[in-house]
Ligand binder design. Structure first.
Ligand code: PLP
Length: 228
């Protein structure tokens, strides 16, 4: 299947669903991304700041870019001008910096931010507990921010073929979303995204209420890190 076919396949699969597709283009060159773009796709995800900045410069500017990888505070300045959504916000300190840089660039639209919640077994994976996300949203600092908009939560499940385990982790993320929604965002439609599901588990994630799946190899093929 070509990249275009893959995009059309996901369009078809998600047609009846509120879920959207983030095409994860990390490690793939701009020519390849252009194929997905030409098939009509406009929502792409990258996990590294430098790679994202390079690709942003070379591709049409009606693409909505999502940063999905860990973001260091000192790199926020490189993406603040153009980024649509930062899915990997994992601390108040980072959010403070994002707000500051968005203000400095005089953005007309706030930067959409999602709180990354750790749901997997692996301790190495970034993300906050739901309690930490709760504390962030209660903080005085967050409450005074004008240049960020919290649009939901994001999570990366354990890399496992066990469906029961995946469902349990996706449910954990969804309950965290519901808890935060009830507590901080009643009647506020900004907070509506649950970003979960990748190539191997997106169908299960959609069944468990995902509103945003992040698919890389399922669209662009396997990644060859040795070329980098
Ligand atoms: C790479 C990546 C994906 C996509 O992974 P695939 O298995 O290729 O679909 C999704 N989310 C995050 C955070 C990633 O880093």
């Amino acid at each position: 299947m070509s990249i275009k076919d893959n995009i059309l396949y996901f369009d078809e699969q998600l047609r009846q669903s509120p879920c959207r597709l983030v095409a994860v283009s990390k490690t793939h060159p701009v020519e390849v991304i252009k194929e997905a773009y030409d098939a009509g796709h406009r929502l792409f995800g990258e996990n590294k700041v430098q790679e994202l900045v390079e690709k942003y410069a070379l591709l049409p500017h009606d693409i909505a870019w999502h940063l999905i990888g860990h973001l260091q505070t000192n790199k926020v300045k490189y993406i603040a001008e153009f980024i649509d959504t930062i899915e990997s916000v994992d601390s108040l300190k980072l959010l403070v910096e994002i707000n500051k840089r968005a203000e400095m660039y005089g953005r007309t639209l706030p930067i959409n931010c999602m709180l990354q919640i750790s749901i997997a077994d692996e301790e190495t994976k970034y993300g906050m507990s739901c309690e930490e996300a709760d504390a962030l949203l209660q903080s005085v600092e967050y409450r005074s921010m004008e240049y960020v908009r919290i649009t939901g939560v994001m999570g990366i499940a354990t890399n496992t073929p066990h469906e029961g385990k995946l469902r349990q982790e996706f449910r954990q993320l969804r309950s965290c979303f519901m808890y935060l929604k009830e507590k901080f965002f009643v009647g506020n439609d900004d907070f509506r995204e649950i970003s979960m599901g990748m190539t191997s588990d997106w169908k299960i994630a959609v069944e468990e209420g995902s509103t945003m799946i992040r698919v890389g190899s399922g669209i662009f093929g396997a990644r060859d890190y040795s070329k980098k």
